[in-house]
Structures are given as C-alpha cells and as structure tokens.
Design a protein around this ligand. Structure first.
Ligand code: NAP
Length: 175
C-alpha cells in the first residue's frame, strides 16, 4: 500500500473496545494527538456504533475503519491476523481496551459471567497482544524512535481475581 507520505505501509492506530466508554475517549485523543496517521481501526462488536464513530471527526486525515469483531471468539484472531498479513500496516498505537466486568463478589457472580470475563479480559487481551505485537515490535526496532504507544487498562481491576498481582499479561508499555 502506498500512503500519502510515500511510505510503503499505512501507519495505523488500533483501539479495541472502541464503541463506548474508555475506548471512545481513547479514540478522540488519538484522532487528534496523532495527526499523521493513515488509518484508525476501531474494533468492537457493535458495528453501527463503530460506523457512527468513524464519521465523528470528518476533518482528520486518517481513514477510520469500523471493524466488528467479537474478541472472545478465537476466529476473530485468525481474521485479524489475515488482515495484518495482507495489508502489512505499521501499528503505531495499540489500545488493547476491550473488556467487561460484573460488579460484586466473585462468589456472587454466575459461572457464565466469570467465564465470559476470562474469555474477553484474559484470552481476548492476550491474543490481541499476540496478533498485533509482532507488527508493533518490528516497527519499533526498525524506526528506532519513541512515538509508539501500547495501552491496556488493568485487567486485574476487572474483578475476576479479586486483587492486583503478578500475572503474565503485559499491561501497558510506552515506547
Ligand atoms: N471505566 C473504568 O474506570 C475502568 C477502570 C479500570 C479498568 N477498566 C477496564 O477497562 C475496560 C473498558 O472499560 P469501560 O468502562 O470503557 O467499559 P465499557 O464502556 O463497557 O466498554 C467496553 C468496550 O468493550 C467492548 N466489548 C465488550 N465485549 C466485547 C467483545 N466480546 N468483543 C469485542 N469488544 C467487546 C464494548 O463494545 P461492544 O459491546 O460493541 O462489543 C465496549 O466498546 C474494561 O476492561 C474495564 O474493566 C475500566
């Protein structure tokens, strides 16, 4: 892909859970803080909300794409990986934010809700990191500069495990 700044690959930002809450706020910030982006990928399940958000800032340079994926479904990671392999974008920003939580004590939650939280907040977060981090890391190494941004709101705040602690999931990194 040839982009307007004549680089070979599109510079993109990716925001998961972009259809509401923190993700929507991250989108507003990124749309304005990174004016040289070629594309912003908004990912969540509600396609209509994403499409409406994609129209929200008509004056920014980036093409905003509404990508409906259920990040608790394994097939989504395959599809995203295929998109990355085909389009070969440069992932400048990854906001790995999709998640949900239920209020209350663990013992009062239904097994269905607990498993759904694990599917999205743990498996989904980890697999999104895996799908995008290889591309992201390649860019950091090649570019040798420090504009990239990788963010994940703390999954331990989601209530599945009750308290913060050591865990195998990268939470946030700034480059
Ligand atoms: N708000 C806070 O103060 C706070 C504090 C600490 C941590 N967090 C964590 O930060 C994350 C975002 O919080 P929030 O308050 O912004 O929540 P929110 O308003 O409920 O937003 C959650 C986002 O995740 C998306 N999402 C939910 N299930 C999904 C799925 N299966 N596949 C893809 N996307 C999915 C939702 O979109 P769709 O429904 O369209 O899919 C929505 O865009 C959560 O993990 C939360 O636990 C929030």
């Amino acid at each position: 892909m040839t982009t307007p700044n004549n680089t070979e690959h599109a510079n993109i930002a990716v925001i998961t859970g972009a259809s509401s809450g923190l993700g929507e706020q991250f989108y507003e910030t990124i749309a304005h803080r990174y004016p040289d982006l070629d594309e912003i990928w908004l990912i969540a399940r509600r396609k209509e909300r994403l499409e409406a958000l994609a129209e929200r800032y008509p004056n920014i340079r980036a093409r905003v794409r509404a990508l409906a994926f259920d990040l608790s479904a394994a097939s989504s990671y395959d599809e995203l990986s295929s998109m990355l392999a085909e389009e070969q974008p440069v992932v400048r920003v990854l906001i790995n934010n999709a998640g949900f939580e239920r209020e209350g004590l663990l013992r009062d939650m239904t097994p269905k809700d607990i498993l759904a939280m694990i599917d999205l907040n743990i498996m989904g977060m980890t697999m999104v990191n895996r799908v995008f981090s290889a591309v992201y890391a390649r860019w950091l190494i090649r570019s040798n500069h420090r504009i990239g941004l990788l963010v994940r709101p703390d999954p331990m705040a989601d209530g599945v495990f009750g308290e913060q602690g050591v865990h195998p999931f990268p939470r946030a990194g700034f480059a």
